[in-house]
Design a protein around this ligand. Structure first.
Ligand SMILES: [Zn+2]
Length: 417
């Protein structure tokens, strides 16, 4: 466990977080306005403000207008976005990607390096730490100004302990990733499953900023999912990829048959396209892979489909329709306000989304259908790193997933000030 600086401990306290959130959402404000909005007494507000000012977390922002009774014009206060910084890290099978943001989530630096999983865990931890130091120090920021590092990792992750219980991609079992990173870098680290982290990215920075209930579907090499209920990312394994959608369908990595992951994921799309080209079906994909079908990627399939290639269109359309069917099952089950599809395959765009919507429309209960229920993530490959930053920003401001603070009574009942 890493000791946190006095500034960070301070902002983690309930009333302090409440004031920070109000300033973030509605600032600049005077002390009297903060007191009115938070329902905290003026002396409580004043005490907290003094501490936050000396810690550099808030700053003066000019003067407001005098009240109706006249008198001195009040000093306005605002959050200082450069008071602390956070880092988001996405440890993928191919790349380790890291981003440095300020407290508003604005990106200050960003870089990716190859993961090289074969070099082993020690090397991966060491290179991740080097990458973090590099993106922090390049713009002239001290490591001591970091409030935390949020890490997205594939596989079964215990968010509380930061242990990766199982990651088939890296062949990891019970890897204490949080402790390994913290011990090397001496900054608080938070680790979670990459799909849950990406869902958080959507809540903070993406399509789900105003949404309370979300189904996030991560379509990459496999298919992962995460649920957000009442603005909280549900800390349970959500395996929508293994909803069975086809009787006697292709065998899935999980050992069962007909799972949507075996039909609609990036690897399933590639397998289906390779099979079609190997069978001699005429397709521009043959040229796009230089005559070697084993080099067909989901991106090649999407490019060919977009260019009108019938075989590629068929592959994308089948994949999309079955994902729509699985999403319909999930929506019938808990009816989120929004479904966001992210991950590598979402970069295919409308060529993938249209058949998803068509499959969804066919299988969802009519009253639960709407045209704008399912959208593609706009965060692209940055979903994981932005979500990692959101993981820390959420802990920092005690908001699980962005949006306005919870009921004031709830926060005050947790009063530790
Ligand atoms: Zn399966």
């Amino acid at each position: 466990m890493v000791r946190q600086g006095a500034g960070l401990r301070l902002v983690k306290q309930a009333n302090t977080s409440l004031i920070i959130n109000v300033l973030k959402a509605q600032g600049p404000l005077s002390q009297a306005e903060i007191s009115r909005i938070t329902k905290l007494t003026k002396s409580t507000v004043s005490g907290i403000i003094n501490e936050l000012m000396s810690a550099g977390v808030i700053r003066e922002a000019g003067v407001g207008t005098a009240g109706s009774s006249g008198g001195r014009r009040p000093t306005l206060l605002e959050l200082n976005p450069e008071a602390f910084y956070v880092v988001g890290v996405d440890i993928g099978t191919t790349n380790i990607h890291a981003i440095l943001t300020n407290l508003t989530g604005a990106s200050l630096n960003e870089k990716a390096i190859p993961t090289l999983p074969r070099d082993g865990l020690d090397s991966l931890v060491r290179r991740t730490v080097e990458l973090i130091k590099e993106i922090v120090q390049e713009p002239g920021i001290q490591m001591s100004e970091l409030v935390g590092i949020g890490v997205a990792a594939a596989g079964l992750v215990d968010h509380k302990t930061g242990v990766v219980k199982y990651s088939p991609n890296f062949n990891w079992r019970n890897v204490p990733l949080k402790d390994l990173l913290e011990n090397t870098i001496q900054v608080p680290v938070s680790v979670d499953n990459c799909t849950r982290v990406m869902a958080r990215g959507e809540m903070w920075f993406g399509a789900a900023k105003t949404v309370s209930n979300l189904l996030y579907v991560n379509v990459g090499y496999g298919i992962g999912s995460a649920l957000v209920i009442d603005k909280k990312v549900v800390q349970r394994d959500s395996e929508m990829g293994h909803i069975a959608v086809m009787e006697d369908g292709p065998v899935c990595g999980c050992g069962k048959a007909g799972c949507v992951e075996a039909i609609s994921s990036g690897s399933a799309i590639e397998a289906k396209a390779r099979e079609a080209v190997n069978q001699g079906r005429s397709s521009m994909m043959r040229d796009l892979c230089d005559g070697d079908p084993s080099r067909i990627t989901a991106k090649i399939v999407a490019d060919a489909a977009r260019a009108g290639d019938i075989t590629a269109r068929r592959v994308m359309s089948d994949a999309g329709r079955y994902l729509g069917k699985a999403i319909a099952a999930a929506v019938n089950f808990f009816n989120p306000e929004l479904v966001v599809i992210g991950g590598g395959v979402s970069l295919a765009g409308d060529i993938y989304l249209e058949p998803v919507l068509s499959g969804f429309r066919s299988y969802v209960m009519r009253d639960l259908y709407s045209d704008d229920k399912i959208v593609l993530s706009e965060l692209g490959i940055r979903g994981g790193v932005l979500g990692g930053a959101g993981l820390i920003l959420g802990e920092f401001s005690r908001l699980d997933a962005g949006g306005p603070p919870g009921r004031i009574e709830d926060v005050r009942s947790a009063n530790s000030y």
